[in-house]
Design a protein around this ligand. Structure first.
Ligand code: ZN
Length: 86
């Protein structure tokens, strides 16, 4: 029996049969990365695997001090200022 090979290696598609009919499980952190376990819903294929994503730091958001005062980040400050102007 010939070994199976990846047809495609794209997010949202089964690497073996190419369908986008995947059943995803819960996102799970794995070190610096995060993966979604998946099972292929194609009746003949039924492959399974993990779809990995790199995590990139964006920003601290929704920060509150000990008195529960909102301390906006740079990007959130823009939103606060826009509200004040209106
Ligand atoms: Zn498949």
């Amino acid at each position: 029996m010939a070994k199976k090979k990846f047809k495609i290696n794209n997010p949202g598609y089964c690497p073996l049969c190419g369908t986008d009919d995947l059943q995803y499980g819960t996102a799970t952190p794995d070190g610096e990365d995060l993966y979604y376990p998946w099972t292929c819903n194609d009746k003949k294929c039924k492959a399974s695997g993990k779809e990995y994503y790199h995590l990139d730091f964006c920003s601290h958001l929704s920060v509150h001090d000990k008195n529960d005062n909102f301390v906006p980040s740079e990007s959130e400050e823009d939103l606060v200022n826009e509200k004040d102007e209106n």
